[in-house]
Design a binder for this molecule. Structure first.
Ligand SMILES: Nc1ncnc2c1ncn2[C@@H]1O[C@H](COP(=O)(O)OP(=O)(O)OP(=O)(O)O)[C@@H](O)[C@H]1O
Ligand SMILES: [Mg+2]
Length: 275
């Protein structure tokens, strides 16, 4: 019996394409939500030139929780900035959901950064002259929503994060942990695909830090957001599906704790939920 036959049923050999699957879906394994190919980044010119990232290759799947771990100055923030389109690689590619960032028009890149990537930093970066509600609503300004809808959505996130009583306060009246939660709510306001988080607990005491890490864990597990997080704290590595150990701008080791193999979904993401 040939390999085409099995109990008289025709079976397609595995190397033959299934006509029910669209051309774009014929690929090896799941489609990565982020793919980095041969990325190099240098700063400065001539004598002052320094190579900060060298030959970085990686693939991150939809819903994966990835951590980058390594000593100060090894290039973690530079890598996150290249992925977020804030820094341009010297060579190599960053491919986000199948699109090469370098080939995007400025406007398209700005829109992706505003709507699809939520960034969270150590220093919160909240605007001190705006109240908490205005801070959270801010990234929606590009979206063309009415003021009423923007504020309504910001209030919804504030409630979800148990911060509603601070809506009209200015951020400096809040504790560090509360300010970081405001910054996380702001990063989520446009329903992003990906959260890029750089040392989110670096300025917090251990209790506030645990709360922030728990919140990010929920955003990954309950809301299925892909998370890329930089940390110095080895205690947090247990949350990650994959850990990239970085040293002197090179990926020295990849630890895969759970294998995630889901392709990204072309549909809009569901609303954020925490339980
Ligand atoms: N805009 C820049 N111009 C020149 N050099 C830079 C620039 N940004 C970063 N660097 C250099 O690149 C290297 C990596 O910096 P990066 O901020 O990525 O490190 P990091 O791993 O995030 O460190 P940390 O854990 O301290 O935040 C450092 O040597 C830094 O001085
Ligand atoms: Mg850094």
């Amino acid at each position: 019996m040939s390999e085409y036959h099995n109990n008289n049923a025709r079976v397609r050999p595995s190397n033959q394409k299934d006509p029910r699957i669209k051309m774009s879906e014929h690929h090896k394994g799941p489609r990565a939500v982020i793919k980095i190919e041969k990325l190099n980044k240098e700063f400065g010119k001539g004598e002052a030139k320094t190579q900060v990232l060298s030959d970085i290759n990686l693939e991150i799947q939809a819903g994966e929780y990835v951590m980058f771990f390594g000593p100060s100055g090894c290039g973690k923030s530079t890598l996150l900035n290249c992925i977020a389109g804030l820094e341009k690689p010297t060579s190599g590619k960053v491919i986000l959901r199948g699109s090469d960032l370098a080939k995007m028009k400025q406007k398209q890149l700005a829109e992706i950064r505003n709507k699809k990537i939520g960034m969270i930093f150590q220093q919160f970066n909240v605007i001190k002259s705006f109240n908490v509600l205005q801070n959270i609503a801010l990234p929606q300004l590009l979206g063309g929503l009415s003021r009423k809808k923007r504020m309504h959505r910001a209030m919804h996130l504030l409630r979800m994060f148990n911060l509603e009583k601070f809506a009209r306060h200015i951020p400096t009246e809040l504790s560090g942990g509360q300010q970081q939660r405001v910054a996380i709510a702001r990063a989520l306001i446009n329903n992003p695909w990906i959260l890029i988080v750089d040392e989110p607990t670096g300025s917090l005491d251990s209790k506030a830090a645990s709360e922030v890490m728990e919140l990010i864990e929920k955003l990954n597990k309950k809301s299925k957001r892909t998370v890329l997080l930089v940390t110095h704290n080895a205690d947090y590595l247990k949350f990650a599906d994959t850990i990239y150990h970085i040293q002197d701008g090179v990926i020295k080791d990849v630890e895969r704790k759970r294998h995630i193999s889901s392709s990204f979904d072309e549909k809009e993401h569901e609303e954020i939920k925490l339980d």
